[in-house]
Ligand binder design. Structure first.
Ligand code: NAP
Length: 363
């Protein structure tokens, strides 16, 4: 039996430890991946705090190796491949298919019977470990070695690519884009100022939206500088919400998972507006809608769309955006990575470093 240093929990109860754990090689595994970097996200912290009730261990195990954001290098290949070779930088796919029709066509992000698994989250060991075995079917190649400093952002960005795919479909039910088929002149409000909020805001700018990012407190100067570079306007709504409520918004994206804040800003949506629900927070206080709120949503044709995870196609597109932004914005893109830690620095799972956008673990 082989062993690798691994970061693990006991889901859904929580906690976090680091130790040498067995590395399994299944018959379908035809590649060995050495982990270079893991990204830390709100979901990892939720699992460790015990706040994510849907997380669970692999079958017959009392441990779940966590981590779903990663950048790896191919260590060994045990199959013929025209696409991959030893030394390639790759990003592994998080969701693995179950039995439903969506899973069968490679869209396990839209799994319809709940039998899919998610590495490091639901029933499958994740990527926070020195190395692991996988199948070539579930890795995506980083097209350019120069992207080594930003490719760990692929996994969180692929969620955003899918979120915008959902928005694109929903927005086509009415005339939403302008006469040039862009969203210039439309406004997008993004709730939250973590990594997903930054990536959603950047993607909204890419689509031509005027973008406001908002939180209930001010953000650090470094974050403000990044906002400025990408043309994102930050508003601390606890100090002044008039910039948000005044002109109204066309697209509202939530990364906070806080119902009170979402409902507050839902009422700022213009006719045919769209709310994308993305953030999760099982411990957020409840909030109530009343009958007049419902009338408002109906009268304005408001669409509420939840979106989770993404498919291989979204990873590929995310890598294209990262490549473009890397060259278009110089080192501003890599500044989204605000801290690099050792695997032993387990305190980052329970204490967010000040000014964090994306914290990474370097193996
Ligand atoms: P994160 O860094 O924790 O971001 C959450 C952001 O929301 C933080 O900036 C937080 O501010 C802010 N926030 C919390 N309550 C707020 C409120 N009442 N008003 C305004 N802002 C508020 O996490 P992340 O990695 O960016 O991920 C964002 C969320 O998406 C997490 O909940 C994560 O679990 C979820 N997620 C969903 C998917 C999916 O497929 N749907 C995938 C990945 C992640 P503070 O820093 O002040 O707390």
């Amino acid at each position: 039996m082989e062993y690798a240093k691994s970061i693990y929990t006991n889901a859904p109860g929580g906690g976090v430890k680091i130790d040498k754990l067995p590395v399994q090689r299944l018959p379908e595994h035809n590649v060995r991946l050495k982990v270079l970097l893991n990204g830390m996200c709100g979901t990892d912290r939720g699992i460790v705090s015990g706040g994510l009730s849907f997380a669970y261990n692999p079958q017959n195990s009392d441990k779940l190796i966590i981590g779903h954001e990663s950048l790896c290098i191919i260590d060994e290949i045990y199959a013929e491949s025209e696409e991959f070779k030893v030394g390639d930088l790759v990003v592994p796919v998080v969701r693995r298919p179950g039995d439903c029709v969506n899973c069968k066509i490679g869209r396990q992000d839209n799994c319809s019977d709940g039998k899919k698994h998610e590495a490091g989250i639901t029933g499958m060991d994740g990527f926070m470990r020195e190395y692991f075995y996988d199948s070539l079917d579930y890795i995506v190649k980083v097209p350019d070695k120069e992207m080594i400093d930003v490719a760990v952002l692929t996994e969180p960005l692929k969620n955003v690519v899918k979120g915008f795919e959902v928005f694109d479909i929903v927005s086509k039910r009415a005339i939403f884009a302008n006469e040039y088929s862009t969203f210039e002149g439309k406004r997008c409000l993004v709730i939250g100022s973590g990594s997903e909020a930054f990536l959603y805001s950047m993607m909204a700018r890419e689509h031509g939206f005027d973008v406001i990012m908002t939180n209930r407190h001010p953000i650090e100067d470094k974050k403000l500088e990044i906002c400025e570079r990408f043309g994102i306007n930050f508003v601390d709504y606890s100090a002044d919400a008039s910039q948000i409520t005044g002109p109204g918004n066309d697209l509202l994206i939530d990364t906070s998972g806080d119902p009170g804040t979402i409902f507050r800003f839902l009422k700022t949506l213009n006719y045919n507006g769209v709310l994308i629900l993305f953030g999760t927070n099982g411990r957020a206080p409840p909030a109530q809608l009343n009958g007049n709120d419902i009338d408002f949503f109906i009268e304005r044709n408001i669409t509420v769309a939840g979106t989770v995870d993404a498919a291989k196609i979204h990873y590929i597109k995310a890598l294209e955006y990262l490549r473009k932004w890397k060259y278009a914005y110089g080192n501003t893109l890599s500044q989204l990575i605000t801290g690099t830690y050792r695997p032993e620095d387990l305190e980052i799972f329970t204490k967010k470093p000040a000014g964090e956008i994306k914290t990474v673990i370097k193996w």
